[in-house]
Design a protein around this ligand. Structure first.
Ligand SMILES: [Zn+2]
Length: 218
């Protein structure tokens, strides 16, 4: 397990906790990060926007900033929350990767976007994945599965009902983008079978029940 549950019930990645210029946490159904962060109207797309452009109705699925005293977040319930940090340029990003966004490459597109905007080099980046639905529970039909052929070229079962590991898909996209595998913290608990601590859309179908993954520059 690459995340640790702290005494306040929030989950943290030791990889990001080692960075004294930022704060971060993955909230649960039972523990919410402190208020005071920017969050988007998420639409299962691939666009990253800068926090300086933020407004309450902005539709996108990734946020980035280099501004001190700014906290940004994504909300999920099964989708993969990805927090990115560049310790060299002091840039952070929060990415919402559901199955559509994952298959459309939001992880790679976000790395490219912060490279273009801030000059972040992929090899410098740290990444941490929060709790999301695991391959234990994420069954897909062929309509969805076929979108993962490019990410899992070794698989020949995506044309029938099967399971997909969204976390692994995003990990591969980040490695293909140039991230060092040792700088990617993945392996968080499954939201669907992980118990009442986590919201799961697939399990509960409860509108508005979301968990917040927050990262901020101090
Ligand atoms: Zn599961």
């Amino acid at each position: 397990m690459t995340l640790r549950r702290s005494s306040d019930g929030l989950w943290q990645s030791p990889l990001l906790s080692s960075q004294n210029w930022l704060s971060h946490s993955f909230g649960t159904a039972e523990a919410a990060p402190a208020d005071g962060y920017l969050v988007l109207h998420q639409v299962h797309g691939t666009q990253l926007v800068d926090a300086s452009e933020w407004h309450a109705h902005l539709s996108a699925d990734a946020l980035a900033t280099d501004t001190p005293a700014t906290r940004i977040a994504v909300k999920t319930a099964d989708c993969v929350p990805i927090l990115l940090a560049d310790p060299v340029r002091k840039v952070i990003a929060a990415v919402h990767a559901g199955w559509r966004g994952t298959a459309a490459g939001i992880a790679a597109r976000s790395v490219a976007a912060i490279g273009k905007r801030y000059g972040c080099r992929p090899a410098d980046l740290l990444a941490a994945f929060g709790p999301s639905i695991g391959s234990c529970c994420f069954e897909v039909d062929p309509d969805a599965g076929q979108h993962f052929r490019a990410i899992f070229p070794e698989r020949n079962d995506l044309g029938r009902r099967t399971t997909v590991d969204l976390s692994e898909a995003n990990r591969r996209l980040l490695v293909q983008s140039g991230l060092d595998p040792s700088r990617i913290a993945h392996g968080a608990p499954c939201t669907c079978c992980g118990g009442a601590e986590f919201h799961s859309w697939r399990r509960d179908r409860a509108p508005g029940k979301r968990m917040f993954a927050v990262i901020g520059i101090l």
